[in-house]
Design a protein around this ligand. Structure first.
Ligand code: HEC
Length: 125
């Protein structure tokens, strides 16, 4: 067998593994972002007002439980639940619901996105 044949054989064998590796990488990245989101929810103190499963001391009752927010149809009763709008709500609730009791906590865009990833990864149990 020539070296060329061996090289070709290796390429043919390796090619199907490339998309698998990419998918595994994506899944790992998504898990990392969502894990970061969980830490941020603790850091920003969201749990003072909300129940958030998996987040330390997140047992607040001022606002609604966020256990199933990733699976609900609406945010705050009227806003369609999409990643963009959920992130917007987290950053500036008053621009969406002027009389909302939820304060603007100065959450950055990437931080809000990571929190959204965590909410959508929650199973709601
Ligand atoms: C001082 C209390 C308070 C804090 C702190 C707080 N929230 Fe809220 N939050 C509320 C209240 C009250 C509501 C209900 C507001 C409304 O419907 O106008 C709410 C609503 C929400 C909703 C919509 C819930 C639903 O069922 O539709 C989300 C999502 C949310 N908060 C996320 C967060 C996140 C993320 C943080 C931290 C960055 C946070 N909240 C911090 C009081 C708070």
């Amino acid at each position: 067998m020539s070296a060329r044949t061996i090289m070709f054989g290796m390429l043919v064998l390796a090619a199907p593994l490339a998309p698998l590796a990419a998918r595994t990488q994506q899944a790992t990245d998504a898990a990392r972002v969502s894990e970061h989101g969980k830490d941020l929810l603790a850091q920003y103190g969201c749990g003072a007002c909300h129940v958030i499963p998996g987040v330390d001391r997140a047992v607040g009752r001022v606002g609604p439980s966020l256990a199933t927010i990733g699976h609900g149809v609406y945010i705050a009763g009227s806003l369609p639940n999409t990643p963009d709008l959920l992130a917007a709500w987290i950053r500036t609730p008053q621009t969406i619901q002027p009389r909302s009791g939820m304060p603007n906590l100065g959450v950055s865009e990437p931080d809000a996105r990571a929190m959204v990833a965590y909410f959508y990864a929650l199973t709601g149990e």
